[in-house]
Design a protein around this ligand. Structure first.
Ligand SMILES: C[S@@+](CC[C@H](N)C(=O)[O-])C[C@H]1O[C@@H](n2cnc3c(N)ncnc32)[C@H](O)[C@@H]1O
Length: 172
């Protein structure tokens, strides 16, 4: 099965394909050093879409009680060996870890100041060809996080089809 059923995730299949395309760009870039990181796993659909192509570090305190669904879905997947979970908030994670990154998907708390902090923590750790994808850029606090990091001008969004913002370090 290419993706988990839609009710196990919050993204459309089109968005998952876009996410995978951006990940593969980062994997095949001249500088492909560093890790692949996700903030916000929920039931694991986006996590497993990334894990098909790479080891992925995913961070989630499971505030919505989806830990058991996440665990069941990951354990049933062919790609489970590629998933490394940190069951904590992104602030807790970055207070004790500082990985270099090639790719990150930000889809954790959508309430200010969390998007701002997640974007800042990720952007500073991306390699020269790194790519950051931010979900729900239609939400005011997420857009504020992009703007307050000075990144709005380099973000590309296909507003008609989705709400994923794509930000590539090389264009900055
Ligand atoms: C929109 S859902 C993620 C959906 C998932 N990416 C998908 O597409 O299936 C948001 C997730 O962020 C998590 N979350 C909430 N606050 C967080 C925080 N401070 N740090 C990391 N994750 C957080 C929630 O527990 C929830 O599972």
């Amino acid at each position: 099965m290419e993706y988990l059923p839609l009710e196990q995730g919050l993204m459309s299949y089109h968005e998952l394909e876009v996410l995978q395309r951006q990940l593969n760009k980062a994997i095949n870039a001249e500088d492909s050093s560093g890790e692949v990181l996700e903030i916000g796993a929920w039931k694991g659909q986006s996590t497993l879409a990334l894990a098909k192509y790479s080891k992925v570090i995913t961070i989630d305190p499971f505030v919505e009680g989806t830990f058991n669904d996440f665990t069941r879905n990951v354990n049933a997947s062919t790609y489970k060996e590629n998933v490394e979970l940190y069951k904590m908030t992104s602030d807790e994670y970055f207070s004790s870890h500082s990985p270099k990154l090639k790719f990150a998907f930000i889809d954790g708390s959508h309430v200010h100041p969390h998007p701002y902090k997640d974007i800042r923590n990720v952007w500073g750790r991306l390699n020269a060809n790194g790519i950051m994808v931010v979900d729900d850029v239609n939400l005011p606090d997420v857009m504020k996080g992009i703007e307050n990091n000075g990144l709005k001008d380099i973000m590309s969004v296909d507003w008609e089809r989705m709400k994923l913002g794509i930000l590539a370090k090389a264009t900055h």
